[in-house]
Design a protein around this ligand. Sequence first.
Ligand SMILES: O=c1[nH]c(=O)c2[nH]c(=O)[nH]c2[nH]1
Length: 319
Amino acid sequence: MDTTAAPTVQDTTAPVTTSVRLGANQYGKAEVRLVRVTRDTDRHEIEDLTVTTQLRGAALAESYTEGDNAKVVATDTQKNTVYAFAKEHGVGSPEEFLLRLGRHFATAFDWYDGSTLSAEQHAWERIAVDGREHDHSFVRSGRGTRTAVVQVDGDDVHVLAGVTDLTLLKSTGSEFHGFPRDGYTTLAETDDRILATSVTARWRYTPEAVAAGIDYDAVYAGVLDRMLATFAELHSLALQQTLFAMGRTAIEAFPEIAEVRFSMPNKHHFLVDLSPFGLENPGEVFFAADRPYGLISGTVVRDGVAEAPAAWASVPAFV
Ligand SMILES: O=c1[nH]c(=O)c2[nH]c(=O)[nH]c2[nH]1
């Protein structure tokens, strides 16, 4: 082998050979940080989203295979559109904001076959000063981060709502026993333990409800209230049982919801052995382990409704 030869430089303008072809692809701007201040009066409102745009279409193939950008709406333009739409139309619910964007990309550039747009909403509360809510100072509130995903494929429009990082703990009212034991089992059965998790949930609205219009803010608030109440009230025999009950309460309360998917880490809390120090520890001092953790996932589906349509298989955000 002649090691002195100059390395061959790949000719990226050469026609693509039959040995490879372009598979699934999409592109856009990830994690556009948008804060919108509404200052119509001295009492300001703030809205805070992280938005990701992903556009796709067969017409985009040449941008990958030939470097032909004639149909490539720049990710920079997509980002600017997010900001411009926030100014022109306001933000409102993340679902409606994303639907507005998705419909715009589908109609303004008719060569796109579809888009997947997602958002995280960061919630803020007014700072209370001497018991009075301040007009323009806020603190990030802690009931998780609201998420939304919208997928527009021609007339096929899907809307997913959800929450992530919703961290919950109950210090009693949780048991875990009756599980199989083998030579590798050391876990003690318990009829009283700490149950803690950080909920990621996504729920899919029925296409009929999306077409008819949904009060997304109201359903989100209602789902969260019911999920929290169920976590608090259910005497849990396993995190799996709690997961199912949280999904069931959302689906029973809101006919707009077809299914709910959950990913729930079991954040283990181990009782610390204080006996070397001559101290008793009757369920008071725990070591909050961060890893490894149990990871419980599950989908709760409304009877008579099919699980997520194939279109959702390409949505990685659908946990
Ligand atoms: O609620 C639980 N579910 C499990 O599957 C499990 N496994 C485990 O070790 N602890 C727990 N807790």
